[in-house]
Design a protein around this ligand. Structure first.
Ligand SMILES: NC(=O)c1ccc[n+]([C@@H]2O[C@H](COP(=O)([O-])OP(=O)(O)OC[C@H]3O[C@@H](n4cnc5c(N)ncnc54)[C@H](O)[C@@H]3O)[C@@H](O)[C@H]2O)c1
Length: 315
């Protein structure tokens, strides 16, 4: 199968490409990425010369380019997105361009070619939850411009499935951690700061609760959905590791043998969601997927990767 991956120079996209090409022989991947925030060519240096991998620099809003690439592939996996909530609060325009209009461009082309689309969405579309976990039928209630563009894209995709009969599945995942994540995000930022003995900046007094999943587990779930998911359906992906930010920082500092108070509280973002949580029983029962990496091992592996690949941060 020839897969078109969008945004494959970013954190999850690059891990997904490595997961597929390092474990399965029957896939060829074309990666289209516009080298925007979060992208890094070094993420894929180990496979960039492989015969079953090709990189194309380009924007998913470029209709002519995307038409050519989609015509020539069997399926599209769409990771391309502006992904950092804080930046969406400063300027939402690039988020609307990539996360909503980019999806619109892909959908219009898919009306013609009828290839499968797997669209990567997020638990943030459900907004902040108190005690419950959102299943697939939970009400979309995004709080940030980032999550609003992701929820809008989901609605547009569903409308194209119903109205135009396109073949599309949506995955929604919780907070990913692991190698190759741009250090504006919490875990790599914490490792970078701690490594330099600098205090780690923490918003919301570290009370925000996130459900953490090792990126490779997310990747295996996406491949599962590509192969076995039902068109028009969405699948929640989570590993049931709910921890507040302060607990996660404490684990990282302990693994790195740093003082347990090497952090400082900074101003909170407006509209900060307190807690996200997903019920992932549908993908576990219907597609027989389950996560493999427990949180303790995953965080330890992650810290070790960033320490070993210290010069990756310079890029
Ligand atoms: N990081 C998480 O914890 C998480 C959780 C759930 C869902 N997601 C979703 O997963 C996807 C990937 O997230 P990530 O953390 O890897 O993001 P990232 O910021 O690390 O990477 C995004 C990539 O997309 C590319 N890109 C952005 N807009 C583009 C455009 N218009 N055309 C071409 N390329 C473009 C960037 O250059 C970058 O390489 C996103 O859709 C995000 O919403 C992320």
């Amino acid at each position: 199968m020839k897969m078109l991956v969008t945004g494959g120079l970013g954190f999850i996209g690059s891990n997904f490409i490595l997961h597929v090409l390092n474990n399965y022989e029957n896939y060829e991947i074309v990666n289209v990425d516009d080298e925007l925030t979060g992208s890094n060519h070094r993420n894929l240096y180990e496979i960039e010369k492989s015969s079953n991998y090709n990189f194309v620099k380009g924007n998913i809003n470029n209709h002519t380019l995307m038409n050519k690439l989609i015509a020539d592939c069997d399926a599209v996996v769409n990771f391309a997105a502006e992904s950092h909530v804080d930046r969406s609060i400063e300027n939402a325009r690039p988020f609307i361009d990539s996360n909503f209009l980019g999806v619109f461009t892909i959908l219009e082309i898919l009306r013609k070619y009828k290839k499968r689309l797997v669209h990567i969405s997020t638990d943030e579309v459900f907004g902040s939850l108190e005690h419950d976990s959102a299943d697939e039928s939970f009400r979309l209630n995004p709080s940030s411009p980032y999550s609003a563009t992701k929820a809008s894209a989901e609605l547009l995709i569903n409308s194209y499935v119903v109205t135009h009969g396109i073949d599309a599945v949506i995955t929604r995942c919780t907070n990913n951690y692991g190698p190759r994540q741009f250090p504006e995000k919490l875990i790599p930022k914490a490792i970078l700061f701690a490594g330099k003995n600098k205090k780690i900046p923490i918003q919301n007094h570290g009370k925000g609760v996130r459900d953490w999943i090792f990126v490779e587990d997310h990747c295996s779930a996406i491949l599962n959905v590509l192969e076995k998911g039902e068109s028009g359906e969405s699948y929640n992906i989570s590993a049931h590791n709910e921890f507040d930010v302060l607990t996660v920082i404490g684990k990282i500092l302990s693994i790195m043998n740093k003082p347990s108070d090497l952090y400082e509280f900074v101003q909170d973002r407006p509209g900060h969601d307190y807690r996200y949580s997903l019920d992932s029983s549908k993908i576990r029962s219907k597609l027989k997927w389950s996560p493999k990496v427990n949180f303790e091992d995953g965080v330890k592996n992650t810290v070790e990767w960033y320490i070993k690949n210290n010069n990756w941060f310079d890029n």
